[in-house]
Design a protein around this ligand. Structure first.
Ligand code: KIV
Length: 266
């Protein structure tokens, strides 16, 4: 198994043919599974509010919930670099609460934190980095701002908005971020950021010219056949695989052929 990545390995992947692969991971059993895969890094994303808890946005995740999931993932995936998402408003209430939230995620087992947005946050990000905590930025469609955006929509389509994203990425790099996620931005904008910023870019719905890609695990496994945004590729038909297995279990019970004699204690 490859050794756990660190921030120096991320830097080395900048403009390298060896791209960064990242998937979300929210719980112990999938962490154990992913620990045995080749994927580079795991993101305990605040998307867990939607995927694991059924909320309609990530606004509902808080620090305690994030720390609970980070703890489970770090127990299951000791060999992976784990990024924990700073949840909604956790970096907007002043320095001390923000640092308490960072401490909670790092002590839960994260190797880095991810922070959505840049505007008004660069100094705080620099402070977190200076405190020895790696920070991953996140620009474009930052889902915690979904209500401000008027829905989940591609960002940076107009020239001024694209330029603002390029400038924000540069300021995140200056603040010391070790990488930045670019979510739902035109491929040409992601390419421009990737070429003009010294830190690795990790795209989701940002085209192929980034230094890495991230997807939500359940999305790439095809667990919800009805969720198929343009940027998503289903690498499995998880919905069919799992429901067929559960149905076979149900049918075997009805037919009286589970458990068998070999599956019973004498
Ligand atoms: O929370 C999350 O899953 C994310 C990824 C989509 C990048 O932030």
């Amino acid at each position: 198994m490859a050794k756990q990545m660190n921030v120096l390995d991320f830097a080395a992947r900048k403009s390298s043919p060896h791209k960064i692969s990242m998937v979300t991971c929210y719980d112990f059993w999938s962490a154990q599974l992913l620990n045995r895969t080749e994927v580079d890094t795991l993101l305990v994303g605040d998307s867990l509010a939607m995927v694991m808890h059924g909320f309609d946005s990530t606004v509902h995740a808080d620090v305690d919930l994030m720390a609970l999931h980070v703890r489970a993932v770090s127990r299951g995936a000791p060999d992976k670099f784990i990024v924990g998402d700073m949840p909604f408003l956790s970096v907007r209430k002043g320095l001390a609460p923000a640092m308490d939230a960072v401490q909670a995620l790092m002590q839960a087992g994260a190797n880095a934190v991810k922070i959505e947005g840049e505007t008004g946050q660069a100094d705080l990000i620099a402070h977190i980095v200076e405190s020895g905590v790696p920070v991953m930025g996140h620009l474009g469609l930052t889902p915690q701002a979904v209500h401000g955006f008027g829905g989940h929509r591609v960002q940076g389509r107009e020239d001024a908005a694209a330029k603002a994203l390029v400038d924000s990425a540069r300021r995140l790099a200056d603040a010391g971020c070790f990488a930045v996620v670019l979510e739902c931005v035109p491929a040409v904008v992601a390419r421009c950021i990737t070429e003009s910023t010294g830190i690795p870019t990790i795209g989701i719905g940002a085209g192929r010219h980034t230094d890495g890609q991230v997807l939500v695990l359940q999305d790439l496994l095809g667990m919800n056949p009805d969720f198929k945004p343009k940027f998503l590729r289903h690498y499995a038909d998880g919905f069919t695989t799992v429901s067929e297995a559960v149905n076979r279990f149900h049918q075997d019970i009805q037919a009286g052929c589970f458990p068998s004699r070999q599956e019973s204690y004498a």
